[in-house]
Design a protein. Structure first.
Length: 269
C-alpha cells in the first residue's frame, strides 16, 4: 500500500477557490499534510453550500440504512422528509442512535457537484490513479446510550479502514460539532505506521490507544458547520459517542480500484 506514492504537483497549483470560505491552499500543500500527518483540516464550505447539501438530503434523492433500528416498524417506505433537518428530527424522536443516508443515483447536487470538484482531483493525485471509485453517504449520530457491541458496530471504537488498495475520505460537518456532539478523532501518522497488533485488531479501546500512541497524537475535530477534514482513514480513527448533541456529517469516499464491499452505492470517475 505504501508503495503507491502521491503524484508530485506544483505547489502553486491553487485549488478551486469559488466554493470555500478559505481557499488560499495549493493541492501540493494539502497532499503534503495528508502524507505527513494523515489529514488536512483547514478548508470550510460557506453557509449557502451547506444549506444546499441539506436540501438535497430528501426522500426523493435518498434511502435510509440503520444499525439497530427496524424501519419496517415505522413504515419507513412511506417516510417523507424535505431536508436533513426534518430527517434529523425524525431520528431523534424515534431514538435512532446511528442513521446512514445513502443516495439513489449520482445525478444530484451532492454527487455531481460536491463530490466531483475539487475533491476528486485531490483524491486522484493522492491515490496516483487516473480513475477512482466514489461513494457518498451522510451519517447522523444521536446522543443515546450505546452498549459496547453497538459502539463497535457504529465505528465508535478505534479502527482503520481497508476497503481499497488505497483510499481517501472527506468528512464535511453539517452542523456545529463540539466535544458533546461526538466529534471525529484521528491518531496522527498511523496511516504510515502502527503497531503490528493494531494492524490485526478489528476494534481497539481508548486505554490501549492512549497507552501506545499518547493523547497528544490524537486529533479531535471539534469544528464549526461547514468544516472539512480530508483524511487517509488507513490511520486509526473513530467517532466519539455523542453525549448531549447530535453530529451530522457528509462523507465522501474515494478509492483506487474496486471496493471489497460489494453491495453498496458506488460510481466511477
Amino acid at each position: 500500500r505504501n508503495l503507491i506514492k502521491s503524484q508530485i504537483v506544483d505547489t502553486n497549483d491553487l485549488i478551486d477557490s469559488e466554493k470555500f470560505v478559505n481557499s488560499n491552499f495549493t493541492t501540493g500543500e494539502i497532499l503534503n499534510k495528508i502524507e505527513t500527518n494523515g489529514y488536512f483540516d483547514e478548508l470550510i464550505f460557506p453557509k449557502n453550500i451547506i444549506e444546499k447539501i441539506k436540501e438535497n438530503i430528501n426522500h426523493k434523492n435518498c434511502f435510509l440504512d440503520s444499525k439497530g433500528f427496524d424501519f419496517k416498524d415505522q413504515n419507513s417506505s412511506k417516510l417523507e422528509f424535505k431536508n436533513l433537518d426534518e430527517l434529523a428530527s425524525y431520528s431523534m424522536s424515534n431514538k435512532i442512535k446511528h442513521l446512514i443516508v445513502k443516495f439513489k443515483d449520482q445525478n444530484n447536487f451532492i454527487n455531481s457537484d460536491i463530490a466531483l470538484e475539487p475533491f476528486v482531483n485531490i483524491a486522484k493525485k493522492y491515490l496516483n490513479s487516473k480513475y477512482v471509485t466514489c461513494k457518498v453517504e451522510c451519517y447522523i449520530s444521536n446522543p443515546f446510550q450505546s452498549n459496547e457491541y453497538e459502539m463497535k458496530k457504529n465505528a465508535q471504537y478505534y479502527h482503520y479502514d481497508c476497503d481499497y488498495r488505497k483510499f481517501l475520505k472527506i468528512f464535511i460537518y453539517l452542523n456545529d460539532v463540539d466535544i458533546d456532539s461526538g466529534p471525529h478523532v484521528y491518531v496522527e501518522k498511523t496511516h504510515k505506521k502502527k503497531f503490528f497488533k493494531h494492524i490485526l485488531a478489528e476494534r481497539i479501546n481508548d486505554d490501549e490507544i492512549n497507552k501506545i500512541y499518547g493523547l497528544s497524537n490524537q486529533k479531535v475535530f471539534t469544528k464549526q458547520e461547514g468544516s472539512i477534514v480530508i483524511e487517509d482513514t488507513f490511520g486509526l480513527h473513530k467517532g466519539i459517542v455523542p453525549k448531549s448533541k447530535s453530529r451530522y456529517a457528509l462523507i465522501l469516499e474515494y478509492g483506487s480500484g474496486k471496493s471489497i464491499l460489494k453491495n453498496d452505492q458506488y460510481f466511477y470517475v
